[in-house]
Design a protein around this ligand. Sequence first.
Ligand code: PLP
Length: 402
Amino acid sequence: MVKRNTNMAKLTAGYLFPEINRRKREYLQKNPSAKIISLGIGNTTEPLTPHVVEGLRKEVDRLSTREGYSGYGDEQGITEFRAQLAEKLYGGLIKGDEVFISDGAKCDIARLQTMFGSEVTMAVQDPSYPVYVDGSVISGVTGYYNDARCQFDNIVYMKCCLENDFFPDLSSQQRTDLIYFCSPNNPTGAVASKKQLSELVEFARKNRSIIIFDSAYSEYISDPSLPKSIYEIEGAREVAIEVSSFSKPIGFTGVRLGWTVVPDQLKFDDGTPVRNDWNRIMTTLFNGASNIAQHGGMAALEAAGLAEMRSLITYYMDNAKIIKQALDRKGIKSCGGINAPYVWAHFPGRKSWEVFTEILEKCQIVTTPGAGFGPAGEGFIRFSAFGHREDFIEAVKRLEIL
Ligand code: PLP
């Protein structure tokens, strides 16, 4: 028999979303006629938009001819696409050859974890997207388990709560090699200001740490004063990698397309450019993003595609408004849902799995319990703005009885 990877056994409980689905299935077995509305998982629901579909279709057509067919492409992505992305989404703050196109942000996070290896220490916002911690644990970033804190000592949680405006108190934060930071944030919907991100960059520079900045929801920012990219902050090019995605802005959750930016100036302590190792990882462990998906991505960056992106985002953000207003009417305080597609609702003094169960049983609505994103998520419920409008209209009626 093969010995089990001991890191797998170190993972706490099941991954959050399979656990939510398990509870939903269990409820349905007992209540087979229930019409459940899911406002839980951040999966997109609206169809691909026409101009983007045209881009995908044209590439399928090209591939179906002998002259047009191509097999593997460059592992880093289509050169023209990388350049367009740098120009259209980053306004030239980065160069095309610093962009590495991929099959999505989640996969890139896992590959970054492979690149940094098991010897690093890391900090993560608490609460946060589970992949930063779980992926790190799988790749062996743990150290000793601290029974008193119920945490691994190489993984530091940076508490983000109402009291600190969902931005960690860096003055009391210990140094770590890596700092995972997500803005707009999943799950809290908080968006870090320029001043806050400047503090973070300064902190990383002082400590010679590397920030892994997840901007998967950056296109949901409508307030022009809020930074969409870490590279809007002076000095970030020497300390930050940015991971991002076409999943949420243009509905590519199933198509699969994302990217990672590794600036030339970012170096390991021995002076090796991080970009070189990332290139090695991508050429070794990845065979390039789908050529069809990349052409869809290129169409999304054209004027018509960008307009479709805006209207898709407006659609989801109107859903967020509907939920926020319903919570307001019930006197339930919430944050997020303004420049991010997540509404973070507060149920002070209550356990979030208990509130999850109550909402499921009374309203037949699936939400996401805040505790699933980290200890500081306790007492919160995440409502996702991804869903059909009619489901939101029905959901808010049902929430009245809470
Ligand atoms: N980063 C964050 C913060 C997310 O919430 C998600 C998906 O929910 C991802 C990354 C995954 O993106 P992708 O679909 O590109 O793998």
